[in-house]
Write a protein that binds this ligand. Sequence first.
Ligand code: GSH
Length: 79
Amino acid sequence: MKLELYKFDTCPYCRRVMSFIDESGRTDIEMHDIHKNDEDMKRLIEVGGKRQVPCLLIDGKPMYESLDIIEWLKKNPQK
Ligand SMILES: N[C@@H](CCC(=O)N[C@@H](CS)C(=O)NCC(=O)O)C(=O)O
């Protein structure tokens, strides 16, 4: 399963998700900072239709809302 997190570092909701990821020690999530890479910003808008972050792409399917993302990550631990 491919996991990609679209985020930027000063976004408090992104930080909430990133803190959870750091604390859980998982290393299976590719990070994409939309403020550092225009291509990442374009892809986020193409895939999700909006530029809201955090957005977790799960095999290319977008999931928004930091708390929903954390719940999903809890239910789907790194293998
Ligand atoms: N309820 C959302 C809030 C996300 C949110 O407001 N993100 C801001 C950045 S801090 C954003 O992407 N704003 C731009 C937009 O919504 O188009 C969550 O918990 O993830």
